[in-house]
Every structure is written in structure tokens, then in C-alpha cells.
Ligand binder design. Structure first.
Ligand SMILES: Nc1ncnc2c1ncn2[C@@H]1O[C@H](COP(=O)(O)OP(=O)(O)OP(=O)(O)O)[C@@H](O)[C@H]1O
Length: 323
């Protein structure tokens, strides 16, 4: 296995800060994989990506990209990576195509190559008709696609994408997801930070979850979901019909095989939507749950099999508290 990104015992403490933003983080990203770096606000993701892309100086530990030590050799590291930030940082004095050409020039791409690559990338990103458009005249989604094109023009080995689909409409989001899958097919390593658990689950070969600057877990999304205690779920919608919601929750939590019952918010006070986290075989619990509700004369409007998601894993690991 070849390693594209490696951090070991990485620490970052910002000046005047009481705690480490990154606190002894170690993980590896394999060459050619899409890796999701997940964590609540303030977990240390941007700082970690900042170190790996040479924008943030590390305090201690080691960070390597494509075999280059970023602290020892930042210039070489910069030629191996590209970053698509969350906020638009295109040059507003240049048009779309000029932004690509300028970036390619900065990275030493030969003149004839620059022009060919710029046109090819504009085409791949669906921006050919925007080649001469001013940056200010691009929509948010178009600007995002142009930043991906810009990131790819010097053919980096590792691409860092920060929240790639925030603010995009469903079409643009799917388009960006398809391009990320194309990059995987081309062997480009992609490190994705996102708060969108569906996106992370769909795109990532593996995900690492960080909190308070430390790694909580790292595995394939499917493996993390399967490892969740009570990874099977059942969704139940009942009518409260004079019953106190907490009593209904307690009643269901006592059914053998149910690990936990979670209330899912609903605008309708008379209706209670619940997610039941259950043990081995969710289908086997449909009968006992229906029976329990029936015995207490609690009307059921829906009872169905669900399945845990990466979001459930994330909440289980990082809790519900706001950061
Ligand atoms: N330039 C800075 N100076 C001081 N503290 C900082 C700086 N940048 C980040 N921090 C702090 O470091 C911690 C980690 O922040 P970081 O931006 O890396 O988290 P994150 O996981 O990317 O969060 P988010 O999901 O909100 O983008 C936070 O406590 C943050 O307040």
C-alpha cells in the first residue's frame, strides 16, 4: 500500500490559545483513495488540512504529503497538493480562463500545456461557455467548479476539498460528486472535509472522525456503521393519543432487543416519531414492538425497518452537544 498523506503525533497550538487545536493526531491516507475527514466545528480539521497544505505551521509531530515532509520542504509539498477552500478565493481581476492560466504559470506548467489544460478543465467542469466570464459574474456553483479546475491544473497528487458542496444546488452537488469519483478513477488522492454525512458516506473509501484535535476512529463508512452498537434501526410513528411521549419511549426501550430509543422532532404534537436502535435482527422486533404498542392501545401510523447511517456513528462518537 502506498501512502499519500501521513500525519503522526501532529500537534498545533495557536499562539495565546489554551488548548491544542490539533492534539497528537496520527493517521494515514492511502494513495488513490477518497478520504473523509470528519468532525464537529472546531475539531481541528481545517488546521490539519492547513498544515498539510503548508498554510499553517505545525507545533510538533510530522506531516507528509506524497512522501514530502511539509515542514522540511514546503515548496516541494506545495507542488504535490492542491486545495479547494470553502470560500471563493479566485482572482477577481481575471476572467475564468485567466484564473486557470495564472495558477498554471505559478506552478511552472509549460506554456502550451497551460492553454490545453485550461480548456480541457473548463470543459470537464462544464464551464466552457464561462471561459471569458468575470469571477463576479459566476454563480456560487460555477465559482466552486472553477476552483476545482484551478486546483487540478498542476496535476496534484493529493487534492484537499473543504466542504465541496456547501451552498450548491442538487444538480451542482451531484456534478461535483461525479467529478470526485472521476478523480478517484484517475488515481488522484482526495481528502474531503465535510459536515454532510450523506456525502461522506457516499464518496469516501474511508473516513476519520476527529474531535478536540484527536482521532476518534478511522475505517470504511460501512464498517463504522456495522460496528455501531445496535446498528440496526426501526422507525416508528405513533399517535400520542393522551399518552405521555416519555412513557411511550420508556415502554419501547424496555422491549427486549431494543438498545435505545430516540425521539425525532416533528411539528405535529399529536404524532411521535421515534427511531429505535436495536440488536441483531431488526425485522424480528417488528412483531414484539407492534404487540407492545397494541397492548397499551397506542395507535401506530408507521412501523418500518431503517438502517443506521454515518450520521448515527458521528453522533454516537461526538455527542449532541453544540460546539
Ligand atoms: N488562527 C487561529 N488562531 C487561534 N485559534 C484558532 C485559529 N484557527 C483555528 N483556531 C482554533 O483551533 C480549533 C480548531 O479549529 P479548526 O478551524 O481547525 O476546526 P474545524 O474542525 O475545521 O472546524 P469547522 O468545522 O468549524 O470548520 C478551534 O478551537 C479554533 O477556534
Amino acid at each position: 500500500m502506498s501512502v499519500a498523506v501521513e500525519v503522526s503525533e501532529l500537534v498545533k497550538r495557536y499562539p495565546k490559545s489554551r488548548a491544542n487545536a490539533v492534539d497528537g493526531l496520527s493517521f494515514q491516507v492511502r494513495a488513490g483513495e477518497v478520504f473523509g475527514l470528519l468532525g464537529p466545528n472546531g475539531a481541528g480539521k481545517t488546521t490539519t488540512v492547513g498544515i498539510l497544505t503548508t498554510r499553517v505551521e505545525l507545533t510538533s509531530g510530522r506531516a507528509m504529503v506524497a512522501g514530502v515532509d511539509v515542514a522540511a520542504n514546503p515548496v516541494a509539498a506545495r507542488s504535490k497538493v492542491a486545495v479547494v477552500p470553502q470560500r471563493v478565493n479566485l482572482d477577481r481581476s481575471l476572467n475564468s480562463r485567466q484564473n486557470l492560466i495564472w495558477h498554471a504559470t505559478y506552478h511552472g506548467v509549460p506554456r502550451t500545456e497551460r492553454h490545453r489544460l485550461a480548456d480541457e478543465l473548463l470543459d470537464r467542469m462544464g464551464l466552457t461557455d464561462k471561459a471569458k466570464a468575470r469571477v463576479d459574474d459566476l454563480s456560487g456553483g460555477q465559482a466552486q467548479r472553477l476552483m476545482i479546475a484551478r486546483a487540478l491544473i498542476h496535476e496534484p497528487e493529493v487534492l484537499f476539498l473543504d466542504e465541496p458542496s456547501t451552498g450548491l444546488d442538487p444538480q451542482a452537488r451531484l456534478f461535483v460528486h461525479d467529478r470526485i469519483n472521476d478523480l478517484r478513477d484517475q488515481g488522484v488522492t482526495v481528502v474531503l472535509t465535510t459536515h454532510d454525512m450523506d456525502e461522506a458516506e457516499k464518496l469516501s473509501d474511508r473516513v476519520g472522525v476527529v474531535d478536540h484535535g484527536q482521532l476518534l476512529t478511522l475505517d470504511a463508512p460501512g464498517a463504522l456503521i456495522r460496528s455501531l452498537p445496535g446498528s440496526g434501526t426501526l422507525d416508528a410513528t405513533v399517535l400520542t393519543d393522551g399518552h405521555h411521549p416519555d412513557k411511550i419511549i420508556d415502554l419501547l426501550a424496555e422491549v427486549r432487543g431494543v438498545h435505545r430509543v430516540e425521539r425525532i422532532s416533528t411539528d405535529d404534537a399529536a404524532e411521535l416519531r421515534l427511531r429505535l436502535y436495536v440488536g441483531a435482527e431488526p425485522a424480528a422486533l417488528l412483531g414484539p414492538i407492534a404487540q407492545t404498542l397494541h397492548e397499551q392501545r397506542i395507535p401506530v401510523s408507521d412501523l418500518s425497518l431503517g438502517s443506521a447511517t454515518l450520521e448515527d456513528v458521528f453522533i454516537e462518537l461526538t455527542g449532541r452537544e453544540l460546539r
